[in-house]
Design a protein around this ligand. Structure first.
Ligand SMILES: [Zn+2]
Length: 273
């Protein structure tokens, strides 16, 4: 019998260790100039993350785990039909899940209903490892329905889903982080995986820059769709969305209720004198 899933004693220390290492690195070699005090933002983002983790757990536990077990047992979905050896199937499952996440991310921006929730992630005035955890509980709950579709359609097993979730968490912590990697290292990495400078462009207040770099793991999806942009130096990027530039508008209570209130147009810059 093969291993059922990545145990928590491996995934939890890996994620916590990655977060701690990145926060340490951000203090030594920050990539961008901060707008808000780091401690205040990190605590706020961790509070949003706590709410999100609780909601995701509530929504995912009764749906995704039983669904992956059923899919495995009954051989539902693409990969279960193909009956490939594990050394091909597992990497293929991870790549396909990475692509469907690209699609979900595009939808999160392009669908007004989903954007209500995803904009909570984007109104952060700075970008660092804590932003990677700052997803509104509504977005995380909705994403469970998308994940259920992926599991059913692709035929994802409990082991594949758990490897994906562990790797994805480490990947998003890394590419949201505010660490200044040497340029040659960044250039080499970005051929394969999303890097901090690449994802910084996606968090720009400029609409045409934000509408690029949708990948969350491998960069190949942005290359295939011609949505990759690496031509904006970080010093030229303002992080956030144009209609929320004041730290008093993005406090914890305001961002928690943000999806449920009236929505400001996103890309209109406020009049500046
Ligand atoms: Zn986004």
């Amino acid at each position: 019998m093969k291993a059922k899933k990545v145990p928590a004693w491996i995934s939890a220390p890996l994620a916590i260790g990655a977060f701690a290492a990145l926060v340490w690195w951000e203090r030594r070699r920050p990539l961008r100039r901060a707008v808000e005090p780091k401690l205040r933002r990190n605590l706020r983002n961790l509070a949003v993350a706590g709410l999100g983790a609780a909601a995701h757990q509530l929504a995912a536990a009764p749906i995704l785990a039983p669904l992956t077990r059923t899919v495995e047992r009954r051989r539902w979905g693409l990969l279960r039909r193909l009956r490939l050896p594990a050394w091909i199937e597992i990497p293929l499952a991870l790549a396909l899940l990475d692509y469907t996440l690209y699609v979900w991310h595009v939808l999160a921006h392009r669908t007004p209903f989903l954007w209500r929730f995803h904009r909570v992630h984007h109104v952060d005035l700075d970008l660092d490892a804590s932003t990677a955890l700052r997803f509104h509980f509504g977005e995380l709950s909705l994403s469970v329905a998308w994940n259920a579709g992926e599991v059913l359609l692709l035929g994802i097993t409990p082991l594949e889903l758990s490897i994906r979730q562990t790797l994805l968490l480490i990947s998003i912590l890394f590419h949201h982080s505010d660490i200044e990697l040497p340029m040659n290292v960044e250039r080499r990495l970005v051929r394969w995986v999303v890097t901090p400078r690449m994802h910084g462009i996606h968090h720009s207040i400029a609409e045409e820059e934000a509408n690029s770099n949708w990948s969350s793991g491998l960069t190949v999806w942005d290359r295939l769709h011609k949505t990759l942009r690496l031509d904006i130096p970080q010093e030229e990027i303002t992080i956030g969305i144009p209609t929320y530039r004041d730290p008093r508008e993005v406090t914890l209570p305001k961002i928690v209720v943000m999806p449920f209130g009236e929505q400001r147009p996103t890309w209109k810059l406020p009049a500046v004198s």
